[in-house]
Design a protein around this ligand. Structure first.
Ligand code: IMP
Ligand code: MG
Length: 183
C-alpha cells in the first residue's frame, strides 16, 4: 500500500511510560494478591512491549499467554468485527484472567475479546490498556487499568504500529502527515 509521507511527534516519553507501567503493575499486584492463578493475556501484536514491561513489575506467580485477533489491517479505521486469529494455548476456566491491550479506540476489539474470554468461564476477568481514546468510543466499555487517556490522534511506538511500522519506537508518538494542507 502506498504510504502518505508522515513524521512522528513524541506524545508520551519512554520515562513517563515506565513510571505509569510501574503504577499499573503495583495496582494489579495489590488487586490479585490473594490468587496464584492469574493468567496475563497479551493481545498480539500491539501489546508485546507493554506486556513485557508490565509482567516484570507484577510481583505475583503469574502465567503469560497470547491471543491474536484481527483488527485494522493496514488502514486506520477499525473493521468493527473481531476474528480470532490465534487462540490461547492454556485453559482459563476457573483462572483469573487479565487481558493486556495496547489501545482501546472504538471499543469493538475489547467487547469481542471479552465475550471470547467470558465464554470460557474464568474466575475473575479484568482488562488493562496502555492507551485509551474515550472520544472515539462506539460501544460502552472501559478497561479496568488504563495507562494514559489520549485525544483522538493516530499514535505509534512502544509496540503500536502504523501499517506494521514504528512498533520499535521506545516512546508513543503521534502520526502527522506532511502532505496535509494546514488551515
Ligand atoms: P478498537 O476495536 O477500535 O477499540 O481498536 C483497537 C485496536 O485498534 C487497537 O488494539 C489497535 O491495534 C488499533 N488502534 C486503535 N487506535 C490506534 C492508533 O492510534 N494507532 C495504531 N493502532 C490503533
Ligand atoms: Mg491491536
Amino acid at each position: 500500500m502506498a504510504q502518505r509521507p508522515y513524521v512522528i511527534d513524541q506524545m508520551i516519553s519512554a520515562k513517563s511510560i515506565a513510571a505509569q507501567v510501574e503504577t499499573l503493575a503495583a495496582a494489579i499486584t495489590q488487586d490479585f494478591k490473594d490468587t496464584d492463578k492469574l493468567v496475563v493475556v497479551g493481545l498480539l501484536r500491539g501489546s508485546f512491549i507493554f506486556i513485557a514491561d508490565l509482567v516484570r513489575e507484577i510481583d505475583l506467580p503469574i502465567e503469560v499467554d497470547f491471543l491474536e485477533v484481527s483488527s485494522y489491517g493496514d488502514a486506520m479505521e477499525s473493521s468493527r468485527e473481531v476474528r480470532i486469529l490465534k487462540d490461547l494455548r492454556g485453559a482459563i476456566e476457573g483462572r483469573d484472567v487479565l487481558i493486556v491491550e495496547d489501545i482501546v479506540d472504538t471499543g469493538h476489539t475489547m467487547v469481542g475479546v471479552s465475550a471470547h474470554i467470558e465464554q470460557r468461564n474464568p474466575a475473575r476477568f479484568r482488562t488493562a490498556a496502555l492507551l485509551d481514546k474515550p472520544s472515539r468510543r462506539e460501544v460502552d466499555i472501559k478497561a479496568d487499568y488504563i495507562g494514559f487517556e489520549i485525544p483522538d490522534e493516530f499514535v505509534v511506538g512502544y509496540g503500536i504500529d502504523y501499517a506494521q511500522r514504528n512498533r520499535n519506537l521506545p516512546y508513543i508518538g503521534k502520526v502527522r502527515f506532511t502532505d496535509e494542507v494546514r488551515s
